[in-house]
Design a protein around this ligand. Structure first.
Ligand code: C2O
Ligand code: CU
Ligand code: CU
Length: 466
């Protein structure tokens, strides 16, 4: 394939040195999960989680993954606001699993909580109805007790898009970029986590986009494209940039912003999504594609990514007139004064290898309820990173608005409103956020570095109807 620039070598990690994967292919489209019914307002489909053997280098070497419907990543699920969704799930893995609908407003008993495992060889239905106003970019991944990281890094993750009939950007061509991380051992098999992974979060040799290493994305001079980006890695905090081209942030985890925000780089923690409008601006001599810039996540981290890492190339694709953008994307209302406040402290205790990552001083216990809340009541949380490293904070079942965060110890208001379900809580910083849970039941919140979550950096609140 024609490469506009030299691609970098696989990233330096604790992982084995391996030859580069084939690079430079056209960005693969995510396969779509097909709807088995023609009934309006319904989506009915089947997902199977099972081992999958592939030849990554296209030669005799075979690597075993775990995959949804035999695809890496899993198929894209495209839904509409108001849809009633019915997914038949079969677990053909050698261990129990669940499907968690990350970020989506689904009832707790349908949300793949660790309390509702699907045994090896068993099946279940996941059923929920999507409320109005929830259009956005979500994803699905396993959430079984203690094995979320392992099942996700073996390949189990897929994208969900919920669309709105009133989408102001529907005229733009769309690209989907699901970022995952692949760590192989010296035999070319998916590596087990080592001590460094358990501590710092797993980082592999290869960042894949839609399962491909360093693919090429076609973009025309002047063309506007809508990019939806998913960070489905275990632990990478990406600082994404597109040096030559214009980036406008138009959406966060829970859908569109009020107005596009011009940005030079995008900090995307694990679990988070973003929507960009990218405009092709080819300038002489600037060839870098989509890159990940160095970001220091905490003071004691190793090994730091020291230089820009190329994640994808941009393939010049002629010239296209620039499509107009609406000035306002949608109205967003700030959540009112809270009826309840909580303080959530994220901390590390390196002296205790059995309880290293804590929330409010405790390690997750599936059978302990850490608090109760009320459906329909606005809560304000101050999440404190009393920690040496960054911990991307995630809450199930709803979207929140970040009000302010500390930067070098000083509170700074968020510059614009956005619906999110993941926010990076930097080392020794705090974040203030508000949300409402609209459905009763048990909701987890946790660090989305999946190794930390599995080691207990998770808690749960039972939301009750009055
Ligand atoms: Cu994406 Cu509880 O997780
Ligand atoms: Cu989630
Ligand atoms: Cu963490």
């Amino acid at each position: 394939a024609a490469m506009g620039h030299a691609m970098s070598a696989p990233g330096a990690t604790s992982a084995a040195a391996l030859p580069p994967l084939p690079a430079g292919e056209h960005l693969p489209a995510l396969p779509r999960l097909s709807n088995e019914t023609l009934d309006a307002g319904r989506f009915q489909a089947s997902l199977v989680a099972a081992p999958l053997v592939t030849a990554l280098w296209g030669d005799a070497r075979q690597t075993t993954f775990w995959a949804y419907n035999g695809s890496l990543p899993g198929p894209l699920i495209e839904l509409w606001e108001g849809d009633s969704v019915d997914i038949a799930f079969a677990n053909q893995l050698p261990q129990p699993t669940t499907i968690h609908w990350h970020g989506m407003p689904v009832p707790p008993e349908q949300d793949g909580n660790p309390q509702a495992p699907v045994a090896s060889g068993a099946q279940r239905q996941y059923r929920f109805t999507l409320p109005a106003g929830c259009a956005g970019s979500y994803w699905y991944h396993p959430h079984p007790h203690g094995h979320t990281a392992e099942q996700a890094f073996r390949g189990l993750a897929g994208a969900v898009i919920v669309r709105s009939k009133a989408d102001p950007l529907r005229h733009l061509p769309e690209q989907h970029l699901l970022l995952s991380d692949l760590k192989l051992d010296a035999d070319g098999q998916v590596a087990a986590n080592d001590m460094a992974d358990l501590h710092d979060g797993r980082e592999g040799q290869y960042v894949l986009i839609n399962g491909a290493w360093q693919p090429m994305i076609p973009l025309a001079q002047g063309e506007r494209q809508r990019w939806r980006i998913w960070n489905a890695t275990s632990s990478r905090i990406f600082k994404l940039a597109l040096p030559a081209h214009d980036m406008l942030l138009v959406g966060s985890d829970g859908g569109l912003l009020e107005q596009g925000q011009p940005i030079d780089s995008l900090l995307l923690p694990p679990g988070a999504r973003a929507e960009l409008v990218v405009t092709g601006r080819f300038r002489d001599g600037v060839t870098a594609g989509l890159i990940s810039q160095p970001y220091r996540r905490g003071k004691m981290m190793h090994p730091e990514q020291e230089r820009d890492e190329v994640l994808a190339g941009i393939m010049p694709h002629g010239m296209r007139p620039t499509q107009a953008l609406p000035a306002r994307l949608r109205p967003l209302a700030p959540l009112a004064e809270p009826g309840f406040r909580r303080r959530i402290v994220l901390s590390e205790n390196m002296a205790d290898p059995k309880a290293m990552f804590l929330i409010n001083g405790r390690s997750y216990d599936m059978n302990r309820i850490d608090g109760t809340g009320k459906v329909g009541r606005i809560e304000e949380w101050e999440v404190q990173g009393n920690a040496h490293m960054d911990h991307p904070f995630h809450l199930h079942g709803t979207q929140f608005q970040v009000l302010a965060r500390t930067v070098d110890g000083v509170w700074e208001d968020e510059p614009f409103l956005a619906w999110r379900d993941v926010v990076n809580v930097a080392a020794n910083e705090s974040v203030r956020l508000r949300f409402v849970q609209q459905q009763p039941g048990l909701r987890m919140f946790h660090c989305h570095i999946l190794e930390h979550e599995d080691q207990g950096m998770m808690a749960q609140i039972d939301f009750l109807t009055e």
